[in-house]
Write a protein that binds this ligand. Structure first.
Ligand code: NAG
Ligand code: NAG
Ligand code: NAG
Ligand code: NAG
Ligand code: NAG
Length: 525
């Protein structure tokens, strides 16, 4: 009896420490990025933490498609005008693509301005300010969704909590400096030629101009948001408070292989479920009956059907409707579909991740968004990418370089190359083999993306920040970090020695030579 009750007591203890052990923390996620694909990654992370029992409050400007009962949403919606403006910018990009990297960097910079503006305005909204003005609120951690918006890190100081940055990208120059992570100024490959390295170096110089511009704007927005509070530190000081950065990458399978400081945590694939969910009945049936395999076609959430030129859509339909494979086509306007065919199923919304997990899917035709490519790689499915703007062309290029498929420009898509590319990928097994190999590497990790996210988030909460984990480089200036002063000292010593030796040699010739010549003159006489 005594034993039983003590056992019961132990059980209660175990259960309660299971629930409260890493107690339910109050976490604030700032995710005001106007990019739907970023929001999917941020909300996937928030959902993982909510499922873990944490109380997660998130600030967004878009309506998230991912939710959970433990997530309190504070949405500062974009106005109709802003949505139209964003949609128009994307539409315009469809028709005008500049081949020059410099011009596209400048274009990106212009576009960035309105997006940064919107994100800063969201933080000024009364409901968002209430999060720190209302003394009843307490946060154990802030997660700052990254979109070139470092000023947002000031929010963590406002609520007096440690901060983790959640980046939708692999380690890059803009984020590396936050945690003292080393950056390469030249993209390196085993076999990069001199010309390629030079090209990469020069591109990087242009990129630095862009980075400076973004930094300048960040300072301005930081002042605008927080200058009224004398307790707020200087912008550069505030940046040094970052505990960790979560990167959405996995170097061991994706590359590039490079050193990372301990504060750089990779959670690539966080938006992908470890186990796929059951498909809606109509999709499941459509796919299971696809004896010749099936193709998924989705051009993402930014580029909607209406942005694509109508004759491009017609060409795509002509090719797809003649295939023996079945096709699931993501299409917004169901009253106005590209054409009717028995092998094509249109749907406004698709559980993309779960569909890609289906064994009958043999090809994914996409717009080369990072999210879609990651999902396809995770499930080991070859791709045909039709990029449009932003990072899409470079994502597509990298995918092709890895041997996972082909790419064609959506802007001047023609029937014949479209058909040939599809047939090549479906008939040649090398694409599916290479992507399957990648998939097995991508999934093989000591901790899944989900478990890493949970562990490191709770780690920062447990230790009230991770200052002990910071690279000293964060607190060193450029000169000290690169030992420039030591090099300067050695250079000065060398120059000094050189001057002294030169003077000695001169002296030697001035004093000794005349003496010697006197001696020889004497001898001659
Ligand atoms: C696209 O480019 C053409 C000329 O190349 C130019 O006339 C037009 O204004 C550009 N459109 C946009 C939306 O930038
Ligand atoms: C969750 O956090 C919000 C924001 O701080 C707070 O208003 C709410 O009371 C919290 N809920 C619980 C159950 O702690
Ligand atoms: C390196 O590049 C050269 C020329 O581009 C090529 O001939 C060679 O095979 C490449 N070596 C490797 C190891 O890829
Ligand atoms: C799938 O096949 C089953 C049996 O062969 C048939 O009853 C069903 O109608 C088919 N569904 C579709 C969507 O083709
Ligand atoms: C940042 O500031 C918070 C709150 O002031 C503190 O708890 C945390 O340890 C700091 N983190 C770092 C990395 O300095």
């Amino acid at each position: 009896m005594v034993q039983d009750s003590s056992r019961f007591f132990l059980l209660v203890l175990a259960v309660s420490s299971f629930i409260y052990g890493s107690h339910s923390a109050n976490i604030l996620g700032l995710f005001p990025s106007p990019s739907p694909s970023h929001l999917i990654i941020s909300m996937s992370a928030a959902k993982v933490l909510a499922e873990q029992g944490h109380n997660v409050t998130v600030v967004t400007v878009l309506e998230p498609t991912i939710t959970h009962k433990n997530i309190n949403l504070v949405q500062v919606p974009m106005t109709k005008e802003e949505i139209k403006q964003r949609s128009d910018t994307i539409g315009a990009k469809q028709k005008n693509i500049s081949g020059s990297r410099l011009i596209s960097i400048l274009q990106m910079s212009g576009q960035m301005d309105s997006m940064l503006r919107k994100m800063a305005d969201a933080l000024k909204d009364e409901r968002v300010k209430d999060l720190y003005l209302n003394k009843g609120n307490h946060f154990d951690l802030v997660i700052s969704g990254y979109f070139m918006n470092d000023y947002q890190l000031g929010f963590a100081r406002k609520v007096n909590a440690p901060v983790i940055v959640l980046a939708p990208s692999p380690p890059g120059q803009m984020l590396n400096s936050l945690i003292g992570n080393p950056s390469d100024t030249v993209e390196k490959d085993k076999n990069t030629s001199f010309a390629q390295r030079l090209d990469s170096f020069i591109t990087n110089l242009f990129y630095q101009v862009f980075v400076r511009q973004i930094d300048h704007r960040n300072r301005r927005y930081y002042k605008e948001l927080f200058a009224d509070d004398p307790n707020m530190p200087d912008y550069s000081e505030m940046l040094k408070n970052t505990s960790l950065v979560f990167f959405c990458s996995h170097a061991a399978s994706e590359g590039s292989i490079r050193p990372n400081v301990p504060a750089a945590i990779e959670i690539g694939g966080i938006q992908i479920k470890d186990k796929p969910e059951a498909l809606p009945k109509n999709l499941e049936e459509f796919l299971s009956n696809a004896t010749d395999g099936a193709i998924l076609l989705s051009l993402g959430s930014n580029v909607q059907g209406s942005h694509i030129k109508s004759d491009t859509v017609e060409k795509m339909f002509n090719v797809l409707s003649k295939l023996k494979q079945r096709v699931i086509w993501k299409w917004e306007d169901l009253d106005n579909v590209p054409g009717k065919s028995d092998n094509i199923l249109y749907s406004r919304w698709l559980p993309q991740d779960d569909i890609l997990a289906h064994p009958n899917i043999k090809l994914f035709i996409n717009h080369a968004g990072k999210g879609g490519i990651t999902e396809s790689q995770y499930h080991g499915k070859p791709m045909l990418s039709l990029p449009v703007f932003g990072d899409q062309p470079s994502n597509a290029f990298a995918m092709v370089k890895n041997g996972f498929g082909h790419t064609l420009s959506l802007l001047n898509l023609e029937e014949k190359p479209f058909k040939n590319a599809i047939e090549e990928i479906l008939s040649n097994p090398q694409y599916s083999q290479r992507v399957a190999l990648f998939s097995s590497l991508y999934r093989d990790r000591p901790k899944s993306a989900r478990d890493s996210l949970i562990y490191w988030t709770e780690y920062v909460i447990r230790h009230h920040g991770a200052a002990h984990l910071q690279s000293p480089l964060v607190h060193m200036d450029f000169i000290a970090a690169n030992n420039l002063d030591i090099y300067a000292l050695f250079a000065a010593i060398f120059v000094g020695l050189f001057i002294i030796i030169k003077a000695l040699v001169k002296l030697f010739f001035k004093v000794l030579i005349p003496k010697l010549s006197k001696i020889t003159k004497v001898k001659k006489h």
